[in-house]
Design a protein around this ligand. Structure first.
Ligand code: URA
Length: 230
């Protein structure tokens, strides 16, 4: 709690400094020393994520805000080395405000545990933060407005390994239209971070024959995690 208060004070001070610089610039005083005010290392990742979450709780950037109950931000450890990324919240996630809490979430927990990690020590998020009506596929403009939120989460958490769940997340991060069959089974990269695509747990529930290759992908996650110099 004390750490959270200290972080809040730092964030407030940074915001005050920003406001001061904005006022000076408004007065035409642009000849100021260049100061880097965003100094994230001073503030814990938990506080950065908390502040970021607060800033998008009422997001109205696309039409999905109309049907959602909650912006489903993410869950898990802000200091995680491994991040799992899905597509978009479903009904139960929208109700509870947490990612992967429905049937697919139960399988995801088992998938994470198969790597020897616990769900609480990884970070889980989706490309899209609001439930698409009837769980339809997100539209390209919805992805365009929401994806920067995921990018910022990745920048704050700084995972060393990302495991994307399903075609949608892999294609969004890798900017590709390749099929899941072509993408999975290998270690790719997103902005210098190792990225391992695997099947979405909901797809595994419908197609149990994909579980074996998915478990191979999760072994890859473990292997890459073991290879990290922590
Ligand atoms: N499917 C997803 O892609 N994400 C969730 O949070 C739940 C189901």
């Amino acid at each position: 709690m004390e750490e959270a208060n200290a972080d809040r004070e730092i964030l407030d001070t940074i915001e005050e400094a920003r406001e001061f610089l904005r006022q000076q610039a408004g007065l035409g005083l642009t000849d100021l020393p260049k100061v880097e005010v965003s100094s994230p290392s001073l503030v814990s990742r938990a506080s950065q994520l908390g502040a970021f979450h607060d800033s998008i709780r009422d997001c109205q950037a696309c039409r999905l805000c109309k049907g959602r109950r909650t912006v489903v931000f993410g869950s898990g450890s802000p200091d995680a080395d491994v991040m799992f990324i899905g597509e978009a919240p479903g009904r139960e996630e929208d109700r509870q405000g947490l990612p992967f809490v429905g049937a697919a979430g139960e399988l995801l927990t088992r998938m994470i545990e198969s790597t020897g990690l616990r769900r609480e020590e990884v970070y889980i998020a989706n490309v899209i933060k609001c439930r698409p009506p009837g769980n339809r596929d997100p539209e390209p403009d919805e992805v365009a407005s929401c994806e920067p939120y995921l990018v910022q989460q990745i920048e704050i958490v700084k995972p060393l390994v990302i495991c994307t769940l399903g075609r949608f997340a892999a294609q969004a991060l890798l900017k590709t239209t390749e099929s899941m069959g072509k993408l999975r089974g290998q270690v790719l990269a997103y902005e210098g971070i190792k990225l391992i695509p695997t099947y979405h747990p909901a797809a595994l529930l419908r197609n149990p024959q994909w579980k074996r290759p998915a478990w191979e992908d999760l072994k890859l996650v473990r292997r890459e995690y073991d290879g990290l110099e922590l």
